[in-house]
Design a protein around this ligand. Structure first.
Ligand code: GLU
Length: 426
């Protein structure tokens, strides 16, 4: 197909927005750079297991609705697979597969004893009642119970799922197995074996990456102008942390629009008014579009919403000097190249958003030990892990002269390639 691209060139093929294909492209490049044979790519290009389930749910009006759900397990050579479950109307099987591969890479980058997994259910929790959501969550666990477990595959929260949903899922799993299984799932409420610091962990990890990236680019955080796309779990906590670091949050957005104030937005007020799905812009008259938000004049841009937001269409117009991906897959491969060529430091999703799974790992360790840590202990450990991982990826990018995304994939893929080799799979 021939289409016009963002540079005004008429004869360039339109950019593909298939997240699985793009991640496979970078996995291949990373394995080639590391000198692995083709079999390794053949093994790692798709999840080793993908389950599709149909979940009947009795709705409040007495009718029964059948929902489709997925669980993908990418590679369990290093350890059990691990990753969140998203509830979203646009979930697809290829997206869940790509997300499971990204979880493997995150685990590799922060050096956790896990492979990647991911789940999703096609539904819109914004239009479902509390009890309907409970029945859906329990039904999902019953449907996938054979392939998950504390030493098999450990779910967690993701887009539009939260600690209450984790609690129902943990309870359902414990009922099926007939013993208490807190280690089956992470992101639980504190009283059910959750960890201090888990809720804000993704944003804390992003904050640490921003701090490190700003040091490399020589940008002081005090007074830096920050734009955050998305006001969900990652985006909202992040806006707060950056505000506390002395940065000025000049733009935020949700699924319905964006807010802009060059003098800095009142983050505490917005946090107070957001609903549980991160919606806040509906309360305001003067909004701008998400497209305008991404192209605002700022120092640091954090896409913290959904996939394919920075593409070849708008990458030339991004004004930030640092882009830190708090969401999974917000920047396409062509846009990655454009941003890198323009000297913008791009901190890729598999590194920047790995704080969540890192503290999930801490939660699982605490569940296994039955011994719980303070928030300070969790924070200190997270800080150490993220600073090391950032520098590892950054140095790989410099030494091997590759962009930060490829560097992150090279760091992330190595452990599972080695573990698969030692196990004799390849
Ligand atoms: N859903 C989060 C992610 O994409 C966290 C996964 C986890 O904690 O296992 O990284």
């Amino acid at each position: 197909m021939v289409a016009q691209n963002g540079t005004g060139n008429q004869n360039v093929e339109a950019e593909k927005l298939d997240v699985l294909e793009s991640t496979q492209t970078v996995i291949k490049e990373a394995l080639d750079k590391l000198g692995y044979p083709d079999e390794v790519y053949e093994l790692l290009k798709e999840p080793m297991r993908m389950m599709t389930v149909r979940i009947p749910v009795r709705m409040d009006d007495g009718s029964t609705k059948i929902f489709t759900g997925y669980r993908a397990q990418h590679n369990d050579s290093v350890g059990p697979t691990k990753g969140g479950v998203r509830f979203h109307p646009e979930v697809t099987d290829t997206e869940v597969k790509a997300l499971s591969i990204w979880m493997s890479l995150k685990a590799g980058i922060v050096d956790l004893p896990y492979g990647g997994g991911k789940g999703g259910i096609i539904c819109d929790p914004r239009n479902m009642s509390f009890r309907e959501l409970e029945r859906l969550s329990r039904g999902y666990v019953r449907a996938i119970s054979q392939i998950v477990g504390p030493t098999k595959d450990i779910p967690a929260p993701d887009v539009f799922t939260n600690s209450q949903i984790m609690a129902w899922m943990m309870d359902e799993y414990s009922r099926i197995r007939e013993f208490d299984s807190p280690g089956f799932i992470t992101g639980k409420p504190l009283v059910l074996g959750g960890s201090h610091g888990r809720e804000s962990a993704t944003a804390k990890g992003v904050t640490i990456c921003i701090r490190e990236a700003a040091k490399k680019q020589g940008i002081p955080l005090e007074g830096a102008r920050v734009v955050v796309q998305g006001f969900g779990n990652a985006g909202s906590f992040l806006a707060k942390f950056m505000h506390d670091e002395g940065a000025k949050i000049i733009g935020i957005s949700d699924a319905y629009g964006a807010l802009y104030d060059p003098e800095g937005l009142d983050i505490d007020y917005l946090l107070d008014r957001r609903d549980s799905f991160g919606t806040v812009t509906k309360l305001f008259k003067n909004t701008i579009s998400n497209k305008e938000l991404l192209e605002l004049d700022c120092d640091i841009l954090v896409p913290a919403a959904i996939e394919n937001q920075i593409t070849e269409q708008n990458a030339h117009n991004i004004k930030a000097q640092i882009v830190v991906e708090a969401a999974n897959g917000p920047t396409t491969l062509r846009a990655t190249k454009i941003l890198t060529d323009r000297g913008i430091l791009l901190v890729p999703d598999v590194l920047a958003s790995s704080g969540g799974v890192t503290v999930s790992y801490f939660e699982w360790v605490q569940n296994n030990q039955g011994f719980y840590w303070t928030e300070k202990e969790v924070d200190e450990r997270l800080e150490k892990v993220l600073i090391n991982s950032f520098n590892n990826v950054y140095n790989t990018s410099k030494n091997r002269k590759v962009n930060m995304r490829l560097a992150a994939y090279m760091v992330g893929v190595r452990k599972m390639a080695e573990a698969s080799r030692f196990r004799g799979w390849i």
